[in-house]
Design a protein. Structure first.
Length: 181
């Protein structure tokens, strides 16, 4: 059985990018020690990543060496190819999310990092998120891409851990509760 986990940052008003689809505001809090706020520890328990096309394109736009050491699946119905340099690390997937999860599980993966606003929303809509680590940046953007979208069902999570970083940023880890009456 595959476990799905989210690790994402958002503004105080719940946005993951601003009105111009930028994320530079994530670095407005001074971080002199370059604290990764638990990201490396999170990734130690991840054996594959599933991200949406927009997130994939955003990562490519950074102009850095590919940052992931685990297989990455890119969920897209419009992307036809990936850069040749990433052929060994990245696979395109499309279609039904439960079928994609079955495929990723058949590839031998058990802990899947879900990334990208629309992808996270699709997984939440199907109640397929087991764990969420949300890092809240104390900044109100007033608009942009929301972390959460309206959906039909109520989902319960327990907060199992909260930490403060840089005396400003709050990170909370939530685990899905499936036996709520």
């Amino acid at each position: 059985m595959i476990t799905t986990k989210v690790f994402i940052a958002c503004s105080l008003d719940g946005y993951i990018s601003d009105k111009d689809d930028k994320i530079d505001w994530l670095h407005e809090i001074d971080n002199p020690t370059q604290d990764d706020m638990g990201y490396s520890a999170f990734m130690k328990d991840i054996d594959a990543l599933l991200m949406g096309r927009k997130t994939f394109e955003k990562v490519l736009s950074f102009g850095i060496t590919w940052p992931y050491n685990v297989p990455v699946y890119v969920l897209s119905s419009t992307l036809n190819e990936i850069p040749e340099s990433l052929d060994n690390n990245v696979r395109l997937v499309s279609g039904n999310i439960t079928d994609i999860l079955t495929q990723i599980s058949a590839d031998g993966h058990e802990a899947l990092y879900i990334d990208g606003g629309s992808t996270i929303a699709s997984f939440l809509e199907l109640d397929l998120i087991d764990e969420m680590t949300i890092t809240t940046i104390p900044l109100i953007l007033g608009g942009g891409s929301p972390l959460f979208f309206e959906q039909d069902m109520r989902l319960h999570f327990n907060c199992v851990e909260s930490k403060t970083y840089l005396d400003a940023i709050v990170q909370s880890k939530f685990v899905r509760v499936r036996d709520v009456h």
